[in-house]
Design a protein around this ligand. Structure first.
Ligand code: HEM
Length: 232
């Protein structure tokens, strides 16, 4: 079998599924960052965006499960089942493997809260969702730290490409947010505009001689520019 034993097959499987999990997680995060509050992405209807986000997340979870199981049963490294969820208790590279466990815990929090979304306050769900995006940098650091090859050859291209994709998406989102007028500012300018409209309204009645504002109505007559009181 060309020198590939049961143990090396597990090692390859663990590494390959680790890389695929990172790429899928990158796509899920990029999609989540680019999508706007209405769940839309330029050029795509919202149901397609939601469907893509959900399908990619599901496939990522499957690869992640295979990655973790093959890493733990691989006889070349001693990790221990507890280290899958409890960070920094693995005898093998405790820090870097521990970051993998932190990323997995965040992904699990994301899955659980997404399933319970209907029963959760929307604000709390959004907070957990944003927190779960922290899973990406943690998983990225885990991949770079634990792997012997992520910094060379083809895997380096995967690592740089993933980092550029997430960084680019975050920059785009921040630039869009900065372009949009913040809500309180929008409300304030709307208030000023409606006040101006209201101030103009009685004067127009007066000019047209309408019955609503009699000529001696203080609201229509000239005003003292300092006190604002009706001028006599
Ligand atoms: C979101 C969660 C995770 C992601 C995205 C992820 C991703 C990766 C990536 C990209 C690699 C490098 C593959 C290579 O060697 O080229 C890797 C390696 C590894 N991961 Fe994970 N991982 C995650 C969680 C975990 C967890 C929870 C564990 C176990 C507790 C774990 C154990 C390992 C081990 C032992 C290796 C080294 C494999 C080897 O080179 O021998 N990972 N992972």
């Amino acid at each position: 079998m060309n020198g590939i034993t049961h143990a090396t097959a597990l090692w390859y499987a663990s590494r390959a599924t680790g890389v695929v999990s990172l790429v899928l997680l990158t796509l899920v995060v990029v999609l989540g960052v680019l999508v706007n509050r209405q769940g839309r992405l330029p050029g795509l209807p919202s149901f397609a965006v939601t469907g893509l986000h959900r399908s990619l997340s599901l496939v990522a979870v499957v690869f992640l499960a295979v990655h973790v199981i093959t890493a733990v049963v691989d006889p070349f490294v001693t990790i221990g089942a507890a280290a899958i969820l409890i960070p920094f208790v693995s005898p093998y590279l405790p820090f870097w493997t521990g970051l993998g466990a932190v990323a997995l815990d965040l992904v699990i929090a994301l899955i659980v809260t997404s399933l319970a979304r209907g029963r959760m306050p929307r604000r709390a769900w959004r907070w957990v969702h944003w927190l779960a995006y922290a899973a990406w940098p943690v998983a990225f650091a885990h991949g770079l730290g634990v792997s012997t090859d992520m910094l060379s050859g083809g895997l380096r291209v995967v690592a740089i490409g993933s980092a550029l994709a997430v960084g680019g998406a975050v920059l785009w989102r921040v630039s869009q947010a900065m372009k949009a007028t913040p809500r309180p500012e929008r409300a304030a300018s709307e208030l000023v505009r409606s006040e101006r409209r209201a101030r103009r309204q009685p004067a127009r009645h007066h000019r047209r001689g309408g019955p609503v504002s009699p000529p001696d109505d203080p609201a229509c007559g000239p005003r003292n520019p300092v006190t604002g009181a009706a001028a006599r």
